[in-house]
Design a protein around this ligand. Structure first.
Ligand SMILES: Cc1cc2nc3c(=O)[nH]c(=O)nc-3n(C[C@H](O)[C@H](O)[C@H](O)COP(=O)(O)OP(=O)(O)OC[C@H]3O[C@@H](n4cnc5c(N)ncnc54)[C@H](O)[C@@H]3O)c2cc1C
Length: 392
């Protein structure tokens, strides 16, 4: 670990997928990077199911041994458990072996020269001289300060870094809890079962994904409208009618908050920027955040590199949530619709319409379409307005 006075170019707070990706890219571009996480080890307390969509699998070289077998089949169940099956000719989903993936990405960070500090909690930051920040960190009850030219908040849905930097904060969340099971036989091809049920999963869905090796069974929804733990217990009984859970054992429990209000508007200023959940970079409709956090971290690494090289805050202007939000409009509307479908009969009716070819096409598009997050490169390459450049 660097001494107190040796400045880093960038301190990255949080070593989830967003922070790891950003730190690695910055390290590979020659920046002196400190990566910290409050976790002791990255393979502890994994909170995500880890389903990667086709677009991510095609665009990012994820290590083959960190992914489960491909899934091409989805069954969508209405509240009355009427099933609608969808099949894709492509490998649409793969469940990440997230413990392994985080450790692998960390090893890549270290190879790129990133300094790693586990068991280290971010406790605040203040602006310091020469356009830098003093970042307060705590490990084993002891505090220290490090100086950095730039701070990256990759610290998840309730970002403390974002608040300290005066950037926008998430205000709309769903909560997800799940169990990872072993000992569940697979009948038929690997399948992603999605249950729409406003009682068990208000505003979102309950899921069971079985890729032939791993089974994840979970519920998600607006926290104020349900008790996730008892809903998960009830859902297990529902799921047992679809897959044979008699010999199942729970090997792990996961869960956490997922921001679904769309990417935040102000996600960067001259002191730092936000990536991943901290930036609200999650599809408001599907609540998928793994693809967005990789894409946004790629753009973040690029604008930070430019900023460090030039010292000109205009280099950060492309990193504006406004550029992405415009492309989120339809998904934000669909989220509003899903949120208001609180009555089972109303939801049942909507599911019935999905049997009509045009709506079935829509369901197909939601599950298999390639639009979980806007293409950040094209969204960001827009002329910088005077107002935007002044904002930095
Ligand atoms: C139950 C559940 C299931 C999900 N399933 C999927 C899915 O299947 N597919 C998908 O695409 N998305 C899924 N998501 C969403 C997805 O997991 C997230 O969008 C994604 O993991 C966000 O990554 P991140 O790096 O931004 O944040 P995180 O993975 O949350 O990482 C933040 C890191 O910051 C650290 N940290 C926080 N505060 C501090 C601090 N003060 N000091 C130091 N370190 C700190 C944390 O320890 C953590 O390691 C799911 C989410 C949940 C909760």
């Amino acid at each position: 670990m660097s001494g107190n006075n040796e400045p880093f170019d960038v301190v990255v707070i949080g070593a989830g997928l967003g922070g790891l990706h950003c730190a690695q890219l910055l390290g590979e571009r020659g920046a002196r990077v400190l990566l910290v996480d409050r976790k002791r080890a990255l393979d502890e307390a994994v909170h995500t199911t880890g389903i990667f969509v086709r677009r991510t699998l095609e665009d990012f070289a994820l290590p083959e041994d960190c992914l489960g077998p491909p899934v091409r089949h989805v069954t969508l169940y209405s509240p009355a458990r009427r099933a609608l099956s969808l099949e894709s000719p492509f490998d649409e989903f793969r469940v990440g072996r997230m413990h392994k993936l985080y450790l692998r990405r960390l090893a890549e960070c270290r190879r790129a020269g990133v300094v790693w500090s586990p068991s280290t909690r971010y406790a605040g930051s203040v602006e310091a001289a020469q356009s830098s920040s003093l970042v307060r960190l705590e490990s084993d009850g002891r505090g220290r300060e490090v100086r950095a030219r730039f701070v990256v908040g990759a610290d998840g849905a309730r970002s403390r870094v974002g608040r300290d930097l005066g950037l926008d904060e998430n205000h709309e969340w769903i909560v997800g809890v799940e169990e990872v099971l072993s000992g569940v036989p697979l009948a038929g091809p690997p399948r992603f079962h999605c249950f729409l049920d406003p009682r068990l999963a208000p505003g979102y869905l309950a899921w069971l994904v079985h890729d032939g090796e791993e089974v994840h069974l979970g519920v998600g929804g607006y926290a104020a409208r349900f008790n996730p733990v008892s809903a998960l217990g009830e859902f297990r009984e529902v799921a047992a009618r679809v897959v044979d859970l008699r010999g199942a054992t729970v090997t792990e429990r996961r869960g956490g908050q997922i921001p679904v209000g769309g990417v935040l508007r102000r996600i960067a200023n001259r002191r730092g920027l936000l990536v991943g959940d901290a930036a609200g970079a999650v599809s408001p409709l599907t609540a998928g955040g793994l693809d967005p956090c990789l894409r946004l971290s790629g753009l973040a690494a690029r604008v930070i590199t430019d900023y460090l090289a030039t010292g000109d805050p205009v280099a950060l202007a492309p990193y504006s949530g406004d550029a992405f939000r415009a492309r989120f409009v339809s998904r934000l509307w669909m989220r509003r619709a899903l949120k208001t479908l609180t009555h089972p009969r109303l939801l049942e009716l909507s599911c019935a319409t999905m049997r009509l070819p045009v709506f079935k096409q829509l369901a197909w598009h939601v599950f298999f379409g390639r639009g979980s997050f806007p293409e950040v490169e094209s969204a960001a390459i827009q002329p910088v307005t005077a107002r935007e450049s002044a904002a930095f």
